[in-house]
Design a protein around this ligand. Structure first.
Ligand code: PHE
Length: 416
């Protein structure tokens, strides 16, 4: 029978060609030659099957299917064999290629400064509290002993929110100072009070190298029995030294704030110049009265420090606007500062309530430091330290050195 003979020829030719094929491309050619739908030899066999007499059709048809399946199977087997051997011969990973260094984010220098402030004040026993940035008359002025006709309330010196006024029934503004949090805290708790609050304040100042219409302050308030100005001075001295280094000096100049009496401006000497860092004083009895404290029983001190001022001095940044421009070339320089500090001081290995003795200035022993470090800060930083450790492990392993921010002077600049 002509058809069966053609089948045998087809199968022996196909098997021989499959055997001979040594690459995936050659094998594909074999498939097209024999099984190709358009011009493959299988087409000819199909025509033969169509031409056999009716009674022979079942036998010939069955044989045709067997032949085609056999060839298809052999092709598949060979395909598998060739593709696995071609994979094995390819190198899996080229060790000589330069690596792709992972991009690691960092905390903004102002955020790092805030974390550091919280950490230092935490060790001095101050709890961190938050207050709203949109305030009413009472908390921004009235309870702070700032009378209605006081120039500090001038609309030109504050961001009043006209739309909010109509809903709340009184003036509403973006807070111009964090002293608002003094009032909110005393309204909600009994003495003794020992808090700091760090956050944004808003004033319609013209932007220049040292002024911004939004900046950050740290407010501090301590209320207890027999609180003295000497304690205020000691605390600010210790604070400045903890942040800027032991060589720093502090100076108080007489001043006036409606909510403190006596009031002072605080300057810090660092290098050759004096830098104004904020205001402070003994809490005015009228403030105590406004929140229901008895000024004959308690006394206290308060201070408000400009956070950017410290940050600029510490990192030697000459223009406050750089902090708000989101220029990565600027921001990247501060990427590792706090993380390195923390890992140096082993806060990370000591758990959440560590007190970092190695860092405590020599004369802070009189102030008890039982308050836990700010957990959230420590936890947030753990992750970035982990990332840095991973990078250094990779570097050690592949003997490459870090030529970026770790060697930048800001990283080694921190006082230890
Ligand atoms: N709130 C004052 C300011 O913003 C600073 C200050 C705070 C002064 C607390 C005395 C006491 O300038």
């Amino acid at each position: 029978m002509e058809a069966l003979k053609a089948f045998d020829e087809f199968i022996s030719d196909a098997m021989a060609s499959i055997d001979k094929a040594t690459t995936l491309d050659e094998l594909e050619q074999v498939r097209i030659t024999f099984l190709g739908q358009k011009n493959g030899r299988v087409r000819h066999l199909q025509t033969l099957v169509g031409g056999v007499p009716r009674e022979e059709k079942p036998v010939v048809g069955k044989r045709f299917n067997e032949v085609r399946n056999q060839v298809t199977e052999s092709l598949e087997k060979k395909l598998e064999k060739l593709s696995s051997s071609s994979k094995a011969s390819e190198p899996e990973f080229d060790l000589t290629l330069p690596g792709v260094s992972p991009r690691i984010g960092g905390l903004h220098p102002v955020t790092q400064t805030i974390s550091r402030f919280r950490e230092i004040m935490g060790r001095f026993g101050f709890e961190v509290v938050e207050g709203p940035e949109i305030e009413d008359d009472r908390h921004n002025f009235e309870a702070l002993n700032i009378p209605e006709d006081h120039p500090a309330r001038d609309p030109l010196d504050n961001f009043y929110i006209a739309a909010a006024r109509s809903c709340s029934g009184g003036p509403v503004l973006l807070r111009s100072q964090t002293s608002t949090v003094q009032i909110r805290t005393m309204e909600n708790s009994k003495p003794p009070v020992r808090i700091v609050s760090l956050g944004r304040v808003y004033r319609p100042d013209t932007m220049d190298a040292t002024h911004s219409c939004m900046f950050h302050q740290m407010e501090g308030l301590l209320v207890d029995e027999h609180v003295t100005m000497a304690q205020l001075k000691t605390l600010l001295n210790l604070f400045a030294r903890s942040f800027l280094g032991p060589e720093v000096q502090i100076r108080f100049r007489p001043s006036f704030f409606p909510f403190t009496e006596p009031s002072v401006e605080v300057d810090v000497k660092w290098g050759d110049s004096w830098m104004e860092i904020g205001g402070a004083g003994m809490v005015d009895p009228n403030v105590f009265r406004a929140v229901g404290y008895d000024p004959h029983k308690v006394s206290g001190f308060a201070f408000g420090l400009g956070i950017e001022r410290f940050c600029m001095k510490h990192f030697e940044v000459d223009d406050i606007r750089r902090f708000y421009e989101n220029d990565l070339r600027f921001l990247k320089q501060f990427q590792y500062w706090l993380t390195l500090r923390l890992s140096n001081n082993r806060i990370l290995t000591q758990g959440n309530t560590s007190t970092v003795d190695s860092e405590r200035p020599a004369d802070t022993t009189r102030i008890r430091c039982k308050t836990p470090l700010m957990h959230s800060t420590t936890n947030a930083l753990r992750e970035s330290v982990r990332q840095i450790q991973t990078v250094s492990r990779i570097q050690e392993r592949y003997h490459c050195s870090l030529s970026g921010p770790l060697q930048n002077r800001h990283a080694t600049f921190c006082p230890t």
